[in-house]
Write a protein that binds this ligand. Structure first.
Ligand SMILES: Nc1nc2c(c(=O)[nH]1)N[C@H]1C(S)=C(S)[C@@H](COP(=O)(O)OP(=O)(O)OC[C@H]3O[C@@H](n4cnc5c(N)ncnc54)[C@H](O)[C@@H]3O)O[C@H]1N2
Ligand code: MOO
Length: 643
């Protein structure tokens, strides 16, 4: 065990760490040349300038179908005084691409001549020299420069290389990068049934992600099998790799300060540490080093950290080695949907969802944990919150780096509010249509959705807010909280809320009335949630007091967590949606049908995207898929109410 824990003594800001790396490996264009065919050169970088060896065309060629003639023979021809030329001597029939016959210098197109008997043609206009002829070397002249060194070969270039007689192209050799995932907890997905995973085991994924990212920037990636947390083994694996023909080595995991984090002790044994710790998040514990003149990276194990470090350090160094410019991602001005605090002293790479709402592109933050891979797979952009900032205020304009194209972002419908499983079905159906719309949903509860509508940062909100005075949904809340924002209320679904109970319902629970029984422990939802409002309303209706319910004060925050409490046996019943019970194979006793509506601001209602959404929820295929989920009914779907 590594008893001397690593501590980050000297964390560096990103730009300083990059400078240390690039100064230490002044590698621009350092990879030697290798020779490949033109098609194989695509995506590669030229190590030397490339010159044409032949001209193209390498003869005077007819550019049209017709007759080849001498221009002077045509001079003076007109409609009133046409000219006749003898076929075989003065005029020779010719096809596009063929060699111009000796002595001819122009092609007259076949549609502009008339034949006169077998051996004469008539023309009614003169031709000028070299008309409809592609002269030798018109495109490429032998010996001319086709491409300078450093040029990145494209599929188009294949055409010029072959036409110019260049069959072997000198490109920079791809750096060979060895990727070594480390960690005794890691298992190989290719031989592991996901259902057999034991607690503590983690499916190794980072090496596959980095392999493709490294290939994408022009290097060759070699994936090593995972190495367990054993300093000797890791040291030996890296030493063998460096002695071989790789150009760069990286370990994944074990970069931090844990008792089994061996990347740093290994590096200190084998080489020189350049940097340990960079003031960025995710990615802080990265290690940069030199082992026998070869770059070494200790990549943090969390999936998002590994990706960010690959993008910020590994890919830029590879691009320098092969001599290709590192072009920054395009950026766009965005408006955050809420204020975001950030730690002073670290630059945060905040992943955000983007969508165009009215004039603005709005940015909704995704979860920030470095272990949350979906925070980057779901992201449309990244906001970099500077080190010297404590965060960004809502409605503060900031810049986001784009991960997805702006056109896709403009084709996104932004929905904020309470989550319901039917939104996942809707998202999929919207992609299926010709419009290929993206539904981007953020789950902040029904009230959060209304507030987002009020602030103009979404196209619509999902809400199920019961007014306990009237028993009606959403209307009272809209009148109270959105008095100045004209909206329409469109029903999406009616959904069953009910008691989630253990499989087989061992305590014979039949309804809300049973929650007062001494032998039953309940699990509640947090105050303010739609489900809690619903429970309290029903309790009031049947005259059951909260003091008489065991567990009334124990709260969970989601339907799924309520179901988990029942599954684990810590509660006998909880109120939630059918889908949560079904997901964990629990029993479900319907208690009430509630209304889940879409709150759509008037300004967006007539937009093409919202009209497509409203048409989609009325389609038989959408309704069928939702009904198949169970616990939903759709007789009111699409009904519009004006509050
Ligand atoms: N006391 C401190 N603890 C930690 C700090 C710190 O500053 N002080 N930093 C945290 C940060 S930030 C990060 S990032 C992580 C990085 O730690 P390691 O590089 O040592 O990573 P591991 O502990 O080995 O793994 C973290 C996590 O990721 C999973 N993992 C690892 N490799 C893979 C892989 N190839 N594929 C999929 N998943 C992988 C691993 O199982 C762990 O769950 O340290 C914090 N701790
Ligand atoms: O710096 Mo770590 O990479 O955030 O989780």
């Amino acid at each position: 065990m590594n008893t001397k824990r690593n501590v980050y003594l000297n964390m560096k800001p990103l730009d300083e760490a990059l400078k240390i790396l690039f100064d230490h490996f002044p590698a621009t264009g350092s990879m030697a040349a290798e020779w490949v065919s033109p098609p194989d050169a695509v995506g590669r970088v030229l190590a030397e300038p490339v010159f044409a060896t032949v001209s193209s065309p390498n003869f005077h060629a007819a550019a049209m179908d017709g007759v080849a003639v001498k221009a002077v023979d045509t001079f003076g021809a007109s409609q009133t005084r046409p000219k006749e030329l003898a076929v075989g001597t003065q005029a020779k029939f010719i096809n596009t691409g063929h060699v111009m016959p000796e002595g001819t210098d122009v092609v007259i197109m076949i549609e502009n001549i008339q034949t006169v008997g077998e051996d004469r043609i008539r023309i009614e206009a003169p031709a000028f020299p070299w008309q409809h002829v592609r002269k030798m070397g018109e495109d490429i002249v032998a010996t001319e420069l086709l491409y300078p060194r450093g040029h990145v070969v494209t599929p188009y270039c294949i055409g010029a290389l072959i036409a110019g007689g260049v069959y072997q192209v000198p490109v920079r050799r791809k750096p060979r990068v060895l990727i070594i995932p480390t960690g005794s907890e890691l298992v190989d997905w290719r031989v592991t049934d996901p259902k057999d995973l034991k607690p503590g085991q983690v499916l190794e994924s980072n090496a596959f992600v980095l392999e493709r990212m490294i290939q994408a920037c022009g290097a060759e990636a070699i994936r090593h099998d995972r190495v367990i947390d054993d300093l000797d083994l890791i040291r030996q694996t890296v030493a063998d790799a460096v002695a071989g023909d790789v150009d760069m080595v990286m370990t994944i995991g074990g970069s931090s300060a844990g008792s089994k984090d061996y990347a740093l002790p290994m590096l200190k044994d084998l080489g020189e540490m350049l940097v340990h710790g960079v003031t960025i998040m995710p990615g802080k514990p990265v290690i940069l080093g030199d082992i026998q003149g070869k770059p070494f990276f200790g990549i943090p194990g969390y999936p998002v950290s590994a990706i960010i470090i690959c993008e910020q350090f590994v890919q830029p160094l590879i691009k320098r080695m092969i001599g290709v410019a590192d072009d920054p991602r395009p950026t766009v001005a965005v408006v955050p949907t809420r204020k975001i605090a950030s730690k002073l002293g670290v630059e945060e790479f905040l992943r955000v969802k983007l969508g165009q709402v009215g004039e603005n592109i709005v940015a909704t933050p995704l979860p920030r944990g470095a272990g949350t891979i979906t925070s980057i797979t779901e992201a449309d952009g990244i906001i970099r919150i500077p080190r010297q900032s404590e965060g960004i205020k809502d409605n503060d304009p900031v810049v986001a780096e784009l991960i997805k194209p702006l056109s896709a972002i403009k084709n996104t419908i932004v929905i904020v509010g309470s989550h319901d499983n039917t939104l996942d079905v809707l998202a999929d159906q919207l992609r299926a249509g010709d419009a290929a719309l993206t539904l981007s949903s953020s789950h902040v509860g029904s009230m959060g959705g209304l507030m987002a509508v009020k602030r103009g940062v979404c196209h619509l909100a999902g809400a199920h807010l019961l007014d306990t005075e009237t028993g009606l949904y959403n209307l009272a809340y809209i009148r109270r909280y959105l008095p100045d924002t004209p909206v329409r209320l469109v029903n999406l679904v009616m959904r069953d809320q009910g008691l989630i109970v253990p499989k087989g319902n061992p305590k014979g629970i039949q309804g809300i009335e049973d929650l007062g029984r001494d032998d039953i422990t309940f699990i509640n939802r947090q105050g303010g949630s739609g489900t809690r409002i619903l429970l309290d309303y029903r309790l009031g209706q049947i005259g059951l007091s909260p003091e008489n319910i065991n567990g009334y004060s124990d709260e969970e925050f989601t339907h799924m967590n309520v179901a988990v409490a029942v599954l684990s046996g810590s509660a006998d019943a909880g109120l939630g949606i059918y889908a949560a019970a079904k997901a964990l194979d629990l029993d479900f006793i319907p208690v009430v049908t509630e209304q889940y509506d879409l709150v759509i601001p008037q300004v967006h209602l007539e937009s093409k995207n919202i009209q497509t959404l409203l048409a989609t929820i009325q389609t038989p295929v959408f309704k069928k898929r939702v009904e198949a989920l169970g616990g939903y009914s759709m007789e009111k779907t699409g009904t519009v109410t004006t509050p």
